[in-house]
Design a protein around this ligand. Structure first.
Ligand code: B4P
Length: 196
């Protein structure tokens, strides 16, 4: 059953490879449109930082560049959405779904997504951006070896998600090689056209 409190609230999935600019663009969307931004990666890192039992197993998975188990991510996402549901104008679900089943389970158990915002960037550019972020992020997964594995995970598991929603006519594809501001101009056009 879907979540009653989320009926009628617009939900946008934001996907793309590691370092494709998901988090960066979501911040800009929030500034202009006031959506609630929920990043699966941020939720997982917060869970790790909390020192919880659930968090303990996550660090090594994230360091390996693999996906954490679906039930963990979906559980965290659902909890956060319920907490914000009474005040939210809409949700940006950033970094999710990363595999097909994440999308199906979310749409069955939470609510359907209005559309899927998808950032298209070459592996070379993603690698450069993440290596750039490594200098300041302190993130265990921003290193050359893990980045390579994250790209493999993206091509193997997340590309099929993009194909699936493209076939359903739900994907808004953004070529995101340019500067963050240039990319946002394209994102903004999409949000305007969708009347959000
Ligand atoms: P995430 O936290 O989602 O990490 P990410 O893919 O690197 O995206 P992020 O949003 O942080 O970076 P952005 O592109 O904005 O995932 C980390 C890990 O968590 C995964 O590997 C996985 O293990 C786990 N995980 C997360 N979600 C999961 C799920 N649903 N299921 C299972 N496991 C999950 O920015 C990157 C850098 O590029 C920044 O430094 C930024 O400043 C720069 N940048 C952005 N746009 C730019 C532009 N246009 N030009 C120049 N630089 C730009």
């Amino acid at each position: 059953a879907q979540v009653e409190a989320l009926k009628g609230v617009p939900i946008v999935f934001v996907i793309g490879g590691p370092g494709s600019g998901k988090g960066t663009q979501c911040e800009k969307i929030v500034r202009k449109y006031g959506f609630t931004h929920l990043s699966s990666g941020d939720l997982l890192r917060a869970e790790v930082a909390s020192g919880s039992e659930r968090g303990k197993q996550l660090t090594s998975i994230m360091e390996s560049g693999a996906l954490v188990p679906l039930d963990t991510v979906l559980g965290l996402m659902k909890e956060a959405m319920l907490a914000y549901a009474p005040v939210s104008k809409g949700f940006l679900i950033d970094g999710y779904p990363r595999e097909l089943e994440q999308g199906t389970r979310f749409e069955n158990e939470v609510a359907p997504a209005k559309f899927v915002l998808c950032f298209d960037v070459s592996d070379e550019t993603m690698t450069q951006r993440l290596l750039g972020r490594a200098a300041t992020s302190g993130r265990a997964d921003d290193n050359a070896e893990t980045i390579k594995k994250r790209l493999v995970t993206f091509h193997d598991l997340t590309k099929p998600v993009i194909d699936h929603y493209t076939a359903k006519g739900k994907v808004k594809l953004v070529k995101a090689e340019g500067s963050a501001d240039d990319v946002f101009d394209m994102v903004d056009d999409i949000f305007k056209k969708e009347n959000i």
